[in-house]
Write a new protein. Structure first.
Length: 265
């Protein structure tokens, strides 16, 4: 039986990991490769992208590593062109880059607000701008944008710009999904909930007295009693990119152990 994504070309932005372990982007890049895709691992830090591409190659998969800052349209356009030169196509666009910043409307600075919006939302506008014409020409494509449960729920952290940016990602994706549906292109979002990834140790620990307290609290938030992992997001991404999801378009898929169904976290 052929792999789900045999010979598809996947562009994964944010394919590296900010620390030890498996972030959503790193796991998704490897999962695409295991499903048969040729993977373009893209990260702002080339060494991070190279580490992920190295894992894929060590497993017998096909991958290249490229460097790009997703807030630069020129850099996004360049890596898209390099991907096409290397593999001849773009079939899957996976947008995983995102940041948080503490503060509500009073505490957050204008610069902080703008930075979050640029990294989390404008970057997806850039990547879609570059990838969509290639997908249209081929008559097919799948876009997976990583949003957050924070796009639809208060998750216990005071970062208003993150909530707003991820909600924007959802509606941006819906618009793309409808505009391009008749041309064979699907666009969906994944909404991770409480995940145990390197990201939280970089950007969430300041909300807690200790790392141990953070881990315990986040496990308790989930109806399952445990956080999810990057692989939970990766498995959902492979499904959405595959023909198994051929009639799924414009949805927000929570990967959160059911947390979205609770009245409060």
């Amino acid at each position: 039986m052929a792999a789900k994504l045999q010979d598809r070309v996947a562009l994964v932005y944010g394919a590296g990991s900010v620390g030890e372990g498996w972030g959503n982007g790193k796991a998704s890049a490897v999962a695409y490769a295991r499903a048969g895709a040729k993977v373009v691992c893209i990260d702002r830090e080339l060494s991070f992208a190279e580490a992920t591409a190295g894992i894929i190659k060590s497993e017998g998969g096909t991958a290249i590593a490229l460097q790009a800052d997703v807030t630069s349209l020129d850099q996004v356009r360049k890596v898209t062109e390099e991907a096409v030169r290397a593999f001849g196509a773009v079939d899957i666009l996976h947008n995983n880059v995102g940041i948080t910043a503490s503060g509500g409307p009073v505490e957050a600075s204008e610069e902080s607000w703008d930075r979050v919006m640029t990294v989390n939302v404008k970057s997806m506008f850039f990547t879609c701008k570059c990838a969509l014409p290639i997908m249209v020409e081929r008559g097919r494509g799948a876009i997976i944008n990583i949003s957050s449960l924070a796009s639809i729920r208060w998750t216990g952290y005071n970062y208003s710009s993150y909530y707003a940016s991820k909600a924007a990602v959802n509606n941006f994706t819906r618009g793309v999904a409808i505009e391009y549906a008749a041309r064979g292109i699907r666009a969906n979002t994944i909404l991770p909930g409480m995940m145990d990834t390197p990201h939280i140790y970089q950007q969430i620990t300041s909300y807690y007295a200790s790392v141990e307290e953070m881990i315990e609290a986040r496990h308790k938030m989930s109806p399952t009693g445990r956080m999810g992992t990057g692989w939970d997001v990766a498995n959902a991404a492979v499904f959405l990119a595959s023909e198994d999801a051929a009639y799924i378009n414009g949805v927000e898929l929570p990967v959160d152990g059911g947390l979205h169904a609770k009245v409060a976290v």
